[in-house]
Design a protein around this ligand. Structure first.
Ligand code: ATP
Ligand code: MG
Length: 848
């Protein structure tokens, strides 16, 4: 076991051999009903309903590899990335789980066998920490854990007892909890701090924790007392990157094979080698880490924004771009780097393939915008920099008004030997933080209390002539108002807030809507602009192009909800939704993935209702009456006495809802599912598009199909035209060997196009299955390589892409593909023989 892929697969199959069921990774975004963390931070999180007993696990023993992100909230390792060798922001966590099955002894035995026999870590370097006990909890030293480690052969002096703060796990103030035991590897004095007290738990890098076994055995009550859980569970977490760094005996998580591959890309692209000074090394590590994080976040539906998860994503992208510039990476580079991530990882995380377009689009957009900001900032910097230096005021303005990062100002100043008034800058920053702290507490709150209620007219219209009832200046060009009548839908019920503007009727001045504040039965609005005052007459407008797509998506969400219940069953419950202009997202409870037929059936039925042009109407009614009508309500939601019901057709679907809806379903146009996936145990997510977006998607798919058809037709004709082509290209050299049951075939051909090679490889694969085929050929001065592997080799950890890449380097080119089929091109056909020898060697080594 050596590579990250081998470790991942080795862990899964080891626990499979120990009767664990392989369970897929949940999303890196926790399900809507889990507000405990911003991101999924551990393998147990998507399984937590199995631990609490709210849902039955598919088996008493599970094994997973979970995507994890520790950035933001309580679990934030972001700032340590690059500074300390053992922290990533995004990483993969391997875990085995027992739901009332084995407990401490079983978990320790399983872990030990894996560590000593499979990872083959030198036993004399393995340490364990255990829970020392805690008087407040009324618990003593975890003797069972100590005895377990002694039994497998760890001597007492390598078992370290640590207090509650280190070795006791609890998810919250109350609820399930228990002691844990952590496994460390002593990396030797060279990694140590040299202190006499250095031991597991020390902050230095000598003792590296790589596996945590949590024993969930108690329930902590509000009064602080513990009781035993009816079922004792085990939850473990092993960091893939950390453990791989130990296996590969490298200095950090970033030096393991797959992450190093990303750094290699950046080295080549930037011309800046990874090495030398500590700062360059750090920059390379941060870029690789952030590229992975950004790629996986977008794939799970996180989009750059100014708050929450979206803000973390934005920070990660911006930091990568900023660091990229330092080593000479020209923007946009993240889309390409993210493609390398995808090629490496999509075999295990197919969502990277499915969301490829979206990932590319958002990375490019965000990077380009930020690069522009930097560009503009550089220009301004030139303007404000005098021969002596930069004033604190200018540095602050660059940061505050133009979004130019302070570190860059400092770097530029340093580079040119200019002075920089840091003191003034820091003072201005503190003042500004104070100001924004003050405004932000009132910002999202009502401040125009005395004024009469604002009348929301947005259900009927998107434009209205009205007046400013109350006005308050917020500074920085923002002002908060209450409009007599407002067409602006404030965020709520899953539907995002309307964008829009107001025009001053007299002066014609325009102010853009920045934020809506929803109050019970009232709203206040924040605009950016100038020249408005209390009493002024304004035209308030939600552009139809903004409102309509959102509205169509909202009604489509209701159709989808009803159809899901019809097709899958009444157990389907809405678990969350997001209705936006570009797409809709619907989360619901359902135990397994939808198959192709179910998806098609759902799409068909939703569209059937759209084409039937059913009327949509909304009415208010007492809550009891709504219940009698069977209107769908959100579980756990609090409703008032009088509720708004949205009805589609004649009672076909009834749902409590405050959102905006089309008048008849035909306005939705069409409905197409973009994706379907898991969001934690027992919950699924559908993303879909309607109307113009649906048309665009279908159009794109049909264009791709046309191209494929044309390609098939062309190949067919060529095959007819050149009967000799069936004989295949002119073979210069051919070698065959056997590795186990696999036939390894290496062919060097002349006058062969990439298509010729593909056809030949297909034939060889069929004739010699199971086979591993490597073909090289050249035509018109270009060299081509094809590597084709039997499917069975994929599960043995072989990767055609890796093989083709090594060989392609020899012919001065690059390539890509799938784990079973990869191709490459290059400029140096004269080196083909050498390239084929490299590929053959790599293959034979991998086949053992
Ligand atoms: P540390 O004390 O090093 O921060 P932790 O106690 O936060 O680790 P756990 O929450 O127990 O770690 O997570 C289980 C395993 O996940 C750890 O043993 C480690 O292998 C891995 N791990 C934790 N945080 C990170 C990270 N930021 N990057 C990579 N791997 C990590
Ligand atoms: Mg930690």
């Amino acid at each position: 076991m050596q590579t990250a892929a081998e470790l991942r697969e080795g862990f899964l199959s080891y626990f499979e051999s120990k009767q664990h069921l392989r369970h897929p990774s949940g999303s890196v975004v926790p399900p809507p009903d889990d507000a405990t963390t911003l991101f999924t931070i551990a393998g147990m999180q998507p399984l937590r309903n199995f631990f609490t007993g709210a849902a039955a696990p598919p088996a008493p023993r599970l094994v997973t590899v979970q995507k994890v992100m520790r950035a933001g909230g309580k679990h934030n390792d972001l700032d340590d990335v690059g500074r300390a060798p053992r922290y990533c922001s995004f990483f993969e966590m391997l875990g085995n789980f027992s739901f009332g099955d084995y407990f401490k002894d079983g978990a320790i035995d399983l872990a030990w066998e894996f560590v000593s026999e499979h990872l083959q870590f030198p036993e004399e370097n393995v340490w364990a920490t255990v829970f020392a006990g805690d008087p407040e909890l009324g618990l003593d030293l975890d003797e069972t854990a100590v005895a377990g480690w002694l039994r497998v052969g760890i001597p007492r002096d390598r078992i370290v007892a640590l207090p509650r703060s280190e070795n006791f796990w609890q998810a919250a103030e109350t609820g399930p909890c228990g002691p844990n035991t952590e496994i460390f590897l002593d990396r030797g004095e060279a990694y140590g701090c040299g202190r006499a007290t250095c031991a597991p738990g020390c902050e230095c890098d000598r003792y590296l924790e790589f596996w945590n076994l949590v024993f969930m055995e108690f329930e902590l009550a509000e009064d602080g007392t513990l009781s035993e859980l009816p079922k004792q569970n085990v939850d473990t977490g092993m960091g893939l990157e950390r453990t791989a760094s130990l296996l590969q005996n490298v200095d950090s998580n970033f030096d393991i094979d797959n992450v190093r591959g990303l750094i290699a890309w950046a080295e080549e692209r930037s011309g800046t080698p990874y090495g030398g000074d500590a700062e360059t090394i750090r920059v390379h590590r941060v870029i690789a880490d952030h590229a992975r994080a950004a790629t996986f976040l977008i794939a799970d539906g996180v989009l750059p924004s100014n708050e929450g998860r979206g803000y973390v994503l934005r920070r990660v992208i911006r930091r990568a771009v900023q660091y990229g510039r330092r080593i000479g990476l020209r923007s946009p580079f993240l889309p390409e780097l993210s493609d390398v991530v995808r090629e490496q990882m999509s075999k295990w995380y197919p969502e990277l393939e499915q969301s490829r377009g979206m990932i590319q689009e958002y990375l490019r957009g965000e990077e380009e915008r930020f690069a522009e900001t930097l560009e503009r900032g550089m220009k301004l910097f030139e303007e404000v920099a005098t021969s002596r230096g930069i004033s604190g005021e200018d540095a602050f303005k660059l940061h505050d008004t133009y979004g130019f990062p302070w570190e860059l100002t400092r770097e530029l100043a340093l580079e040119r030997g200019l002075t920089l008034d840091e003191e003034t800058f820091t003072r201005l920053m503190t003042e500004q933080r104070e100001r924004s702290r003050k405004t932000s507490t009132v910002d999202s709150a009502a401040r125009l209390g005395g004024a009469p209620r604002s009348d929301f007219v947005g259900y009927e219209r998107t434009e209205v002539l009205t007046a400013i009832l109350a006005y308050d200046d917020l500074g920085d060009g923002n002002f908060q108002v209450k409009l007599e009548q407002s067409p602006f839908y404030p965020d709520g019920g899953g539907q995002i807030a309307d964008g829009g503007y107001i025009d001053h009727l007299e002066s014609g001045a325009r102010a853009a809507l920045v934020r809506s504040i929803r109050l019970s039965d009232d709203q206040e609005l924040v605009f950016h602009g100038a020249g408005f005052a209390e009493g002024d007459r304004v035209r308030a407008v939600v552009p139809w192009s903004v409102r309509f797509p959102t509205t169509a998506n909202h009604t489509a969400t209701h159709l989808l909800h009803k159809v899901l219940r019809d097709v899958l069953g009444e157990h389907v419950r809405q678990a969350g939704s997001a209705v936006r202009p570009d797409k809709l997202r619907f989360d619901f409870t359902h135990p397994q993935a939808l198959d192709t037929e179910q998806r098609a059936e759902i799409e068909r039925l939703v569209n059937e209702r759209i084409f039937a042009n059913l009327p949509v109407r909304a009415f208010e009614t007492p809550i009891d009456e709504a219940r009698n009508l069977g209107a769908m309500m959100l579980f756990g939601e609090k409703y008032g006495d009088v509720v708004r019901v949205v009805e589609v057709g004649d009672g076909w679907s009834r749902e409590l809802c405050g959102g905006t809806h089309v008048r008849t379903t035909a306005e939705i146009g069409a409905f197409t599912i973009l994706s379907e996936g898991s969001v934690g145990a027992g919950a699924r997510r559908i993303e879909a598009v309607t109307s113009g977006e649906a048309f665009a998607l279908l159009h794109e798919r049909s264009r791709e199909l046309d191209e494929l058809r044309a390609e098939v037709e062309r190949l067919r004709r060529e095959g007819k035209k050149r009967p000799e082509a069936a004989a295949g290209p002119d073979v210069v050299d051919e070698r065959r060997s056997r590795a186990g049951d696999v036939e390894v075939i290496v062919v060097h051909a002349r006058d062969a196009s990439a298509d010729d090679l593909l056809a030949l490889s297909d034939r060889l694969m069929q004739e010699h299955a199971p086979a591993a085929v490597v073909l090289g050929g050249s035509e018109d001065g270009r060299a081509h390589l094809v590597v084709n592997l039997d499917r069975s080799l994929e599960s043995r950890g072989l990767d055609a892409v890796a093989v083709v890449r090594e060989a392609a380097a020899v012919i001065g080119g690059g390539g890509g593909g799938r784990p079973t089929m990869a191709r490459a091109g290059g400029k140096e056909p004269e080196k083909l023989a050498e390239a084929l020898a490299v590929a053959e060697r790599v293959l034979v080594e991998a086949l053992g």
